[in-house]
Design a protein around this ligand. Structure first.
Ligand code: ADP
Ligand code: MG
Length: 191
């Protein structure tokens, strides 16, 4: 039987990793073998770990390209969980749809938007192809409304070119803030 693809999408601080870890925990309690995948570039929490802003963490296989994911499957793997999917690029779409076609359940979490408010592939495509989509929002740091966006703070440390590369997206609360529609173009720190 085919598997299914689920996507957990939203801006930074929306609770995507928390929700992904919840899925992984529940599957393991049910005795299901889970492969957890992260991007090698995102080593904020040490290599081979996914971690939430709430302090939850689980061990992961760090990959640099989506095509490496199938090579980490164990004979009994039934669920593949991928965090920070935006780092893996458009190539992830064929890889995870292929896994679901082959009978695996796949849950993919990642950013739906860039820090300048544009759709951030591959999440939009994955959301279009998934059986199930969980769309999360964060809390706007200026006004407390639901935040579907995040901004990069002025003065955040990063080399100029890094802004346009994947590396430019690696950062936490010191670099990015969740923002609502009204405040998504207001840069600078809230206080
Ligand atoms: P994501 O993976 O989407 O970045 P996490 O699951 O790592 O989110 O973290 C979500 C947690 O971040 C929330 O439960 C909350 O404790 C914390 N948090 C910090 N700032 C915010 C914010 N502006 N809006 C919502 N949650 C925030
Ligand atoms: Mg996260």
């Amino acid at each position: 039987a085919p598997g299914r693809l689920e996507v957990i999408g939203g801006p930074m601080f929306a609770g995507k990793t928390t929700e992904l870890v919840r899925r992984v925990d529940r599957a393991r309690i049910a005795g299901r073998e889970v492969l957890v995948v992260s991007h090698a570039l995102d080593d904020r929490h040490g290599p081979g770990r996914i971690a939430s802003h709430t302090g939850l963490a689980v061990a992961s296989r760090a990959v640099t390209r989506a095509a490496e994911i199938p090579g980490h499957l164990q004979p009994g793997t039934v669920l593949v969980a991928v965090d920070e999917a935006q780092f893996l690029g458009p190539e992830l779409v064929d890889v995870v749809t292929g896994l679901a076609d082959d009978g695996l359940d796949v849950v993919v979490a990642g950013l739906t938007v860039t820090f300048d408010g544009r759709p951030f592939e591959p999440l939009p495509s994955l959301m279009a192809l998934a059986e199930s989509v969980t769309r999360l929002t964060a809390v706007c740091t200026v006004c407390g409304r639901d935040a579907a966006y995040h901004v990069r703070l002025e003065g955040a440390v990063a080399g100029g070119d890094a802004l346009t590369t994947v590396a430019g997206y690696v950062g936490g609360a010191e670099t990015y803030q969740a923002r609502c529609r009204a405040h998504r173009t207001v840069t600078g720190r809230s206080s």
